[in-house]
Write a protein that binds this ligand. Structure first.
Ligand code: PCP
Length: 386
């Protein structure tokens, strides 16, 4: 048995911290079921992050669908900032009380993964970044991890089931096991070339037995123009100055006329390492740093009861609107009832919070991941890593 929750458990509100169930029990006993508005915001980003990519909205809609409440939310893939309500729930408190834990869970982890992937893609610029991180996390959540890594900007995912979910072909190279069992890097690459569908790019792993530059030249001589790239997953004990090793491999390949052979690296890669290696590397396999990304520490707080503003200490009371200027991308948070304003730059504001669920019915078309991803890539052009 896998120690994971079933969809039915999650939909039944079973994935709840007990104190929400006890709160519901108390309020029910007391016959108290107030009309409320609750908002989800982030108070601070993980260290060094200046913006976030919102993800998990589709799963949040799945979770809240059918509850007699209204929900407004930003679009999945929206770049958000701290203190901005990314979602607002409206309804009788008892109708959503036991869903807070699961709701925050789908938003916190998905947005952390999507943002880390976006930071890696921003660092890589146009170069390929593939999500290799499923092996670091429980298999039950691999499709969720990879979907949000893709939304964040990854160009592909390695896991077959994840690729199915995003309707893309899985991407991968070859494992050390193939070379160990075949006994030689060139024999393994030739076998791969002989057996595997021609549409799969031929990427040879060149760090198993001998020095990467020798192995790279050997596989290039063996496959010639059919070789797309060589992958270096050099073990930490041998990695030394990885950039210099990669420059040597590049030189030896180019010197012999294999300029077409690209360099693909994996193993301990994150946005800082990508910025360092980008002058010579063409593609990255990123595992742990995306799949084990810091979560976004979202919190859900009641900010209005029976239409009166109220909030705990540390939070701003009352329902709000979040506006973003369509010209300068500047944004403001205003009380919901505040009069319409335009941006000091003269640009028009758009409201980022849009109806998602009305009386339990999903009222907005949820875009395909490809559409969300292209929007994120567009937004990344206006953002910086630091
Ligand atoms: C690992 C495998 C993963 C990479 C590294 C992720 O290589 O290729 O996809 O690494 P990361 O989590 O540090 O980012 P190996 O463990 O050598 O496995 P294999 O032989 O299967 O390629």
């Amino acid at each position: 048995m896998f120690h994971t929750a079933k969809d039915a458990d999650i939909k039944k509100g079973m994935i709840t911290d007990v104190y929400f169930a006890r709160t519901a029990e108390i309020l029910q006993k007391k016959g108290i079921n107030k009309w409320t508005k609750a908002e989800i915001i982030l108070k601070s980003f993980p260290r060094g992050w200046k913006w976030g990519v919102l993800a998990g909205i589709e799963e949040a809609a799945t979770l809240l669908q059918g509850l007699p409440i209204h929900v407004e939310a930003m679009d999945e893939g929206t770049i958000f900032d701290i203190n901005q309500p990314i979602m607002v729930l409206e309804g009788r408190y008892l109708d959503y009380a036991v869903y807070e834990t699961a709701l925050l869970g789908v938003l916190c982890q998905a947005s952390g993964i999507a943002t880390k992937a976006a930071r890696c893609k921003k660092a890589a610029g146009g170069k390929m970044v593939i999500s290799f991180g499923a092996r670091r996390m429980h298999p039950a959540i691999a499709p969720m991890i990879d979907r949000n890594a893709y939304i964040g900007g990854c160009d592909g995912v390695a896991v077959i089931k994840s690729a199915e979910l995003i309707e893309e072909d899985p991407m991968g190279t070859m494992p050390h096991a193939l070379i160990l069992i075949m006994g030689d890097c060139v024999e393994a690459t030739k076998a791969f070339h002989e057996v595997i569908d021609k549409k799969v790019k031929r990427v040879a792993l060149v760090d198993t037995f001998f020095d990467e530059k020798q192995e790279a030249v050997r596989v290039a001589e063996a496959l010639g123009k059919d070789l797309f790239a060589v992958r270096l997953d050099t073990p930490a004990s041998r990695r030394g100055n990885f950039l210099e090793i990669l420059k040597e491999v590049r030189w030896e390949l180019d010197y012999r006329g294999y300029q077409h052979v690209k360099l693909f690296v994996s193993g301990g890669i994150d946005e800082e390492e990508i910025l360092r290696l980008n002058p010579v590397v063409d593609a990255y396999g990123v595992g742990t740093s995306i799949s084990n990304a810091p979560v976004m520490d979202f919190a859900l707080d009641v900010v209005e009861i029976e239409e009166k503003p109220i909030a705990k200490r540390g939070k701003m009371s009352g329902a709000k609107k979040v506006l973003r200027c369509q010209s300068c991308r500047g944004s403001v948070i205003l009380p919901l009832g505040a009069p319409e304003v335009s941006c000091p730059c003269g640009g028009n504001y758009e409201s980022l919070l849009k109806p998602l669920i009305k009386d339990g019915i999903i009222v907005r078309e949820l875009p395909k991941v490809q559409t969300i991803r292209s929007k994120v890539l567009q937004e990344l052009e206006c953002l910086s890593l630091s």
